[in-house]
Design a protein around this ligand. Sequence first.
Ligand SMILES: Cc1cc2nc3c(=O)[nH]c(=O)nc-3n(C[C@H](O)[C@H](O)[C@H](O)COP(=O)(O)OP(=O)(O)OC[C@H]3O[C@@H](n4cnc5c(N)ncnc54)[C@H](O)[C@@H]3O)c2cc1C
Length: 386
Amino acid sequence: MHYKSQINDLGSGAKSFAVTLPDVTAENLRGVWKTIAEFGSFNFAVPSEFGGSGRTAQEFCSHFLGFGEGCRDNGLAMAVISQIWTLQKPLIRFGSSQVKAAYLPKLLAGETLGAFALTELEAGSDALALRTRADRVDGGYVLNGSKAFVGMGPNCDIAIVFAQTDPGKGRWGLSAFVVHAGDKGFVRHPAQGKLGLNSVPLGELEFRDCRISEDRRLGPEGAGAAIIQTTLDWERCFILTSQVGAMRRQLAECTDFAAARNLFGQSISEFQSVANRIADMRVRLETCELMLERAADLYDAKKPLTQFAAMANLHISEAFLSSSLDALRTHGGRGYLAGASTEQDARDALGGVIYSGTSDIQRQIIAKMEIGQRSRPNKLGDSTNG
Ligand SMILES: Cc1cc2nc3c(=O)[nH]c(=O)nc-3n(C[C@H](O)[C@H](O)[C@H](O)COP(=O)(O)OP(=O)(O)OC[C@H]3O[C@@H](n4cnc5c(N)ncnc54)[C@H](O)[C@@H]3O)c2cc1C
């Protein structure tokens, strides 16, 4: 079978599966997670030697475009993708063989929920200014500090946590650790109410003299900034894949609605201002798909990602927000009602311009690298937040 049609099959299979998923609540979250694992979604972009499907990033995108198109719950799709790129992938890249053996099988099986804990209230976008400390003690570390806005934080079984191991060294004094729900002094605060992405619990994590063994460190001491940068590059490239799938669904629904709705003796799709919105939605969808394809090509070819990752994240998150507002406008009062997909998409899309780094920060990275590349061709990116 031709590679392209295999890729398309991946997308349509995922779409048919995702349509069957129920709305996620605190009660059924783990059951839904397990169902998604059984379908194989967590195996994407994970090499077969670690129990994954060995699929390429291109195939990952195809799967999650279909998943996002079928799944009405943008938060759920985003949470699954987040676990792949901010938990599983850093464990594979930076974890020791013991760390991989300890965590990957259960993550892939949907039995462990993971969180990526970087943001702190005081540091925010200036992520590397984080203050959580990991002080060395005999055989390990003691963590003190707190993290904010952590997706899956309130329900997580494990978290990758970034902390200062040598505050005098600034960004070179950061390290990454795996912390477990059962670790003494690890507090998962209750989920906070928020505007959208309802099925992804968001909350604070706190470390009160939380002692962990040395083998829970990812990579060498001081590798934290490099792990943050690499993980944010992956996240920025792929976290919005399912939202592009949602944009496919959105465009189809909007076009059908505009064609069917008759006012002033004609279909509203014949009004230029309505048709223009549909044209803009189509162009945004097309450019977002192209950006995902390019991101996947760069990743599969092991090329540098930092600047393109920021561009993809900026463009796709803003495009999803603009298209969600266009869809809502086109549906009129119906689009504003609670429970309408237009209303939910608009609320969910607002989160996309904040997580993985705000649009301001993505622009800053793109411009800094563009300017830097002209004077210093190999300049590295900036690990501003995600
Ligand atoms: C739904 C959601 C899920 C999230 N999930 C996670 C997660 O799983 N793990 C995690 O660690 N974090 C997560 N976050 C946190 C997220 O990454 C941060 O909220 C984000 O990086 C912004 O930080 P902040 O909220 O402190 O805003 P601030 O940094 O205080 O920013 C406030 C404003 O100042 C602007 N600004 C700040 N610095 C600059 C600058 N240098 N140039 C221009 N403008 C600037 C910002 O763009 C913004 O408009 C999540 C957030 C949301 C909303």
